[in-house]
Design a protein around this ligand. Structure first.
Ligand SMILES: [Zn+2]
Length: 269
């Protein structure tokens, strides 16, 4: 298990590190089937720049990839992490801000073009199904040429979208159980979800973009690793909890994002 202080440190680092692959959680009884969380992109917002990539992550359990958010660059980052695109089995989208989902379709297309031959389950808020259909329609000409020409399966049948309409269990298999928790990210109030991954090696909660929400602490209770994005402009050394937040923090548009200051205080209390 990971010390809570380390957990807090990692949650803060996640906001600013370029690429930050966490050390592996402890190996399970088999000794060779690790659970790993890899940050593929930590730069917030839709602008694409050199250096840090936009929001995307992958959880590896027994080498099975669970992609979490699909910002610009996710396919390339997966390749750089040596995770074959056709090995993707699950996709989780937290919300439909473009920096979290704009490469979702291209990533699945890339997996298909490289040999994807199994079902991929994609979970996300209401709207993900329409987005998926729109992607297939945009690429219909290409897909319908390649299916007979390259003897490929129909990718539209391989990708199964499961929209989430409320907090609660999302999926489970013999190794991983996933549940979702609705958390506000103004102006997105309902279609934004944190995910809790219960793995053989520990529990990981990914909250991503969220306003400060004390209820999230209950959802994350007992987690070994909690990941929340914070605006990088906020000082990472909070003042004494219980005092007023520094003026520099109060000026940040924190209504849509939690700050490292209020997270630090809530986690340490
Ligand atoms: Zn967002």
């Amino acid at each position: 298990m990971i010390a809570r202080r380390t957990l807090l440190k990692w949650s803060l680092l996640g906001a600013t590190a370029s690429q930050f692959a966490l050390p592996a959680l402890p190996a399970n009884a088999a000794g060779d089937k690790r659970t790993r969380w890899i940050f593929l992109g930590t730069k917030g917002g839709p602008r694409v720049t050199a250096g840090r990539s936009n929001p995307a992550n992958v959880l590896l359990v027994d080498n099975e990839p669970y992609v979490v958010d699909c910002g610009p660059g996710v396919s390339k980052r997966l390749a750089e992490a040596k995770i074959p695109l056709p090995s993707i089995r699950y996709v989780f989208v937290t919300h439909l801000h473009s920096d979290h989902v704009i490469e979702y379709g291209n990533m699945i297309y890339g997996a298909w073009s490289a040999g994807l031959d199994h079902e991929v389950d994609a979970f996300g808020p209401v709207g993900l199904d329409a987005l998926t259909r729109s992607f297939w329609e945009q690429n219909r000409a290409d897909i319908e040429i390649r299916i007979p020409d390259e003897s490929k399966p129909d990718p539209r049948k391989l990708l199964v979208v499961k929209e989430i309409e409320a907090s609660g269990p999302v999926m489970s298999n013999p190794r991983v159980k996933v549940s979702a928790f609705r958390t506000p990210h103004p102006p997105i109030l309902e279609k934004n979800y944190a995910y809790r991954f219960e793995t053989p090696n520990g529990v990981i909660v990914y909250a991503c973009d969220t306003a400060y929400n004390p209820e999230l602490a209950k959802f994350a209770a007992g987690a070994d690793l909690l990941i929340i994005s914070c605006p990088a402009t906020i000082p990472r050394s909070p003042t004494k909890c219980g005092s007023r937040a520094p003026a520099s923090i109060m000026q940040v548009p924190s209504s849509s994002h939690a700050t490292s200051w209020n997270l630090s205080c809530s986690l340490s209390s």
